[in-house]
Design a protein. Structure first.
Length: 349
């Protein structure tokens, strides 16, 4: 078995059985499960859940919502979400990362398709009902269609890129010369559904059978690049990945439009190194590791010079994470990452 294979127990993505709700029984069993991972975004998560529940598909029971909270502070909306019909809430006692939370949400779901939505996503009119109809069509006619991404918009209505080619070391280094929004993504210009290499995980449709065959999202990723890895593994197993521009959603806070504080930079570097370890030749991973360690050293000295001891500590951890991965100790790198970001203000991660 290759070192990068993801092995999860068969039960990980097996839907659980739930007690029948009293009164107002759904007309049909859920065919689509909307999975939302919340971290300190209760207001946005609740707004998105309300938007889902207002759709015709949700009202007739064809859509359910599963929210997994990654150890956010206590909030009044958490108790409310538990009482809403068609909504399940799972709260974890620690932040285990986006990938593990998604896998848990899928395990708790009953639908044959999972729609992964970030809390900072707003659906346009007709989006969810259209996605459900498309999922039913793919179930009937495209048995190896595993993943679908959609057209994304910025808050001002302008287009936001959501697909790309698989990252390479030359492309990653050359991307430093491009605007942040175009370093990983590529413009398609496609007016109809087409096959692509990978799609953004902020708004992604995933077939249950595909997820089960792949063992879910690779839990080695804490945050970022897990969507690229998922699509790459899916294509390697004969599943197709699609981009559907007919359905649009607004993604309000993409990474490339935010500042990148030390904690977030640590997370992104860990994810890039994890992806490189899985999919790049050994010499390219070694070169990237060296670059990241040099970057960590330079940023640590710069932070210390400016009196930012927290930032200096996070960049020191970034260098150690790169070293751990270089020595093949992914578990130690993950523990170091989680320990480093645990005490960081979530608003600046």
């Amino acid at each position: 078995m290759p070192q990068h294979a993801v092995v999860l127990p068969p039960a990980v993505l097996t839907p659980i059985r739930r007690r029948r709700q009293r009164g107002n029984l759904p007309i049909e069993a859920p065919r689509l499960s909307v999975v939302i991972v919340n971290y300190c975004q209760w207001e946005r998560t609740a707004a998105l859940v309300r938007q889902v529940l207002r759709t015709a598909a949700a009202r007739r029971g064809a859509v359910e919502v599963v929210v997994v909270d990654n150890h956010s502070p206590r909030h009044r909306l958490a108790a409310r979400l538990r009482r809403w019909p068609g909504v399940s809430l799972r709260r974890w006692g620690r932040n285990s990362g986006f990938a593990r939370a998604v896998n848990e949400g899928c395990r708790l779901s009953r639908g044959q398709w999972f729609l992964l939505l970030n809390p900072d996503v707003t659906m346009t009119d007709g989006f969810l009902d259209g996605v459900l109809a498309m999922a039913d069509q793919l179930t009937a006619n495209e048995e190896r269609a595993g993943i679908v991404g959609f057209q994304l918009l910025n808050s001002d209505g302008s287009g936001q890129l959501s697909t790309g080619f698989f990252p390479t070391l030359p492309g990653t280094l050359a991307g430093l010369l491009r605007p942040r929004g175009r370093r990983l993504y590529r413009a398609l210009g496609a007016g109809q559904r087409c096959r692509v290499q990978w799609v953004s995980g902020c708004c992604l449709l995933l077939r249950r059978q595909c997820a089960q065959e792949l063992g879910g999202i690779d839990p080695s990723f804490f945050l970022y690049y897990e969507d690229v890895d998922l699509c790459r593994r899916a294509r390697a197993r004969g599943w197709s990945v699609w981009y559907e521009p007919a359905f649009r959603a607004v993604h309000h806070d993409p990474l490339h439009r935010r500042a990148v504080p030390p904690g977030l930079r640590l997370i992104t570097r860990h994810s890039l190194l994890t992806y490189a370890l899985r999919h790049w030749p050994g010499w390219q991973f070694a070169l990237l590791t060296g670059i990241v360690r040099l970057e960590a050293c330079a940023r640590r000295l710069w932070s210390r010079w400016h009196g930012d001891e927290q930032g200096a500590g996070l960049f020191a951890a970034m260098g150690r994470v790169a070293r751990d991965l270089w020595h093949g100790n992914g578990a130690a790198a993950r523990r170091r990452l989680e320990a480093a970001v645990r005490g960081v203000d979530p608003r600046v991660r």
